[in-house]
Design a protein around this ligand. Structure first.
Ligand code: NAP
Length: 260
């Protein structure tokens, strides 16, 4: 019987793959024989993630990369291609949020600017050079590409329904839809995932934030909590050929209520 999720020989990039949800993606993909290139800005965390993946028998490369820097992401794309010869999927996952009690109210304009640069620009910076490579490959007869955005913009005021939050979600989803339409002819799909609440370093910081706990937490349906590992199946599915029916979808977990 055909293994619908056989990813052996496929190659995935995961930005922010050295921790949290990204590492969950990486573990699931590695366990299915997919080679993984982790782009993370912390060399030590990258090395620890690589050890975990190698223990699963996975081929792994780590690249120190700050995705808020366009040139750095372009360099990381080149380094991944040099190592593995191809990129089949890119998970734009790197993000900054949390910040505990002061997550929403005490940040300076400069801090907000830096945060947005990671959460939104980071998606463009990773996808642009990777898509260029996927399109070139498709023109050579090898049409396969998977783009997935988990990264989402942080809201300023700690309420799930404010306009800023809605506008930022719409921006990411519009980008995904536009990429999907533009690149479908090259066998490239693009999807977004909005997690509800996944226990990571980022969400840990929010537990002490009263405003968040009062305003946002009650809106997460059934107040479910997930673990990064719960996402690995989603990553495996989206990277496989089986997912070709899904393009431009926003996959919402627990209704998609999340702040980061
Ligand atoms: P996390 O545990 O904080 O992981 C985020 C990852 O991004 C870390 O590995 C972090 O590395 C990396 N990163 C941050 N800035 C970076 C940069 N400039 N360049 C490269 N890597 C960078 O967060 P998470 O909970 O796994 O969240 C992952 C993504 O899902 C984020 O985009 C977040 O907005 C989104 N999200 C999460 C939830 C949730 O419930 N957890 C809900 C909705 C959306 P460092 O250690 O170097 O910072």
């Amino acid at each position: 019987m055909t293994n619908l999720f056989d990813l052996t020989g496929r190659v995935a990039v995961i930005t922010g793959g050295n921790g949290g949800i990204g590492l969950g993606y990486a573990e699931g993909l590695a366990a299915h024989g997919c080679a993984v290139s982790i782009w993370g800005r912390n060399a030590q965390k990258n090395a620890a993630a690589a050890d975990k993946l190698r223990a699963l028998g996975g081929k792994v490369q780590t690249i120190v990369c700050d995705v808020s820097d366009r040139a750095d992401a372009a360099r990381a794309t080149e380094a991944t291609l040099k190592e593995f010869g191809r990129i089949d999927g890119c998970f734009a996952n790197a993000g900054i949020g949390g910040g505990g009690r002061h997550a929403f109210v005490d940040r300076s304009e400069e801090e907000w600017r830096r945060m947005f640069a990671v959460n939104l620009d980071g998606v463009f910076h990773a996808f642009q050079p990777v898509v260029r490579h996927m399109v070139e490959r498709a023109k050579g007869g090898d049409a396969f590409g998977r783009l997935v955005a988990t990264s989402s913009m942080a809201t300023r005021f700690g309420t799930a329904r404010n306009e800023h939050y809605a506008a930022s979600k719409a921006a990411i989803n519009s980008l995904i839809a536009a990429l999907a339409v533009e690149h479908a002819r090259f066998g490239i799909t693009a999807n977004a995932i909005l997690p509800g609440w996944i226990d990571t370093e980022m969400t840990e910081g929010l537990q002490g934030n009263d405003k968040f706990m009062d305003n946002v937490m009650p809106r997460i349906p059934q107040r479910r909590f997930g673990k990064p590992q719960d996402f690995s199946g989603i990553a495996v599915y989206l990277m496989s050929g089986t997912s070709a029916y899904h393009t431009a979808d926003t996959i919402m977990i627990d209704g998609g209520y999340s702040v980061f």
